[in-house]
Write a new protein. Structure first.
Length: 230
């Protein structure tokens, strides 16, 4: 019985590793232009090269990253709500295709605001301004707002404006979840970049999406329960 249970547990663990890795690889494949440009930035030798690659990435984000990330969150949502035996490739393409325009328009707005934030962040960092810490907090909020936007897009059938509003309210109204998502993303990103780079390809993106959607889902469930009790 003990050996049999261990084998079942090992099989289940291996299955989930494959699911996370496959979803992550699909996400990277759909983001190949951005992956290429990021690698170019890392090997850039002049400020002009950095600026050109940064601008190109910013232009591509709404058209490439946002639809692909929405598709990944769509798969994650199915897992969280209990549909664990879905076809990954078919489901990824379905969410990508069905949410492309919504992700594109949302991405245009978010990318524009994020670029402004990054420019301000860089300026205040270079001048050692005390406002640096304020922008650090704003950056943390922005990261959670964006993950909530992806989660809300695949979970609730709202207009783009309502989706933005709900994502904002969830980010502000649930500081515990906001801090939790930021910590999880920060830890995974640090380990993937500085310790085990292979995780970038094996599942760090899908793992971030899973933890982000899981906390979003719990936050939404708590909110629904509170409204029902009133």
């Amino acid at each position: 019985m003990g050996t049999s249970g261990f084998i079942r547990g090992l099989y289940s663990f291996s299955t989930w590793i494959i699911k996370f890795t496959t979803t992550n690889v699909l996400w990277l494949i759909f983001n190949l232009p951005i992956v290429y440009l990021v690698l170019n930035m890392l090997s850039a030798t002049t400020p002009d090269e950095l600026i050109i690659n940064f601008i190109t990435i910013a232009i591509l984000l709404p058209f490439v990253l946002f639809p692909a990330t929405t598709a990944m969150f769509g798969i994650i949502r199915q897992w969280v709500i209990g549909n664990t035996d879905i076809s990954l490739i078919r489901s990824f393409w379905k969410y990508y295709k069905n949410n492309y325009l919504r992700s594109l328009f949302g991405g245009l707005i978010i990318t524009f605001l994020t670029v402004i934030l990054l420019i301000d962040y860089y300026y205040f960092t270079s001048t050692n301004s005390p406002l640096f810490y304020i922008f650090l907090l704003i950056s943390m909020f922005t990261i959670v707002f964006i993950t909530h936007f992806f989660s809300n897009t695949v979970h609730v059938n709202d207009t783009l404006f309502i989706s933005f509003k709900n994502s904002f309210l969830l980010s502000v109204g649930n500081p515990v979840y906001t801090i939790g998502i930021t910590i999880f993303i920060g830890i995974i990103a640090y380990i993937s970049i500085n310790v085990y780079t292979i995780l970038i390809f094996l599942g760090s993106g899908s793992l971030m999406a899973y933890l982000s959607f899981l906390l979003y889902y719990k936050s939404q469930s708590n909110l629904t329960a509170e409204n029902s009790s009133q």
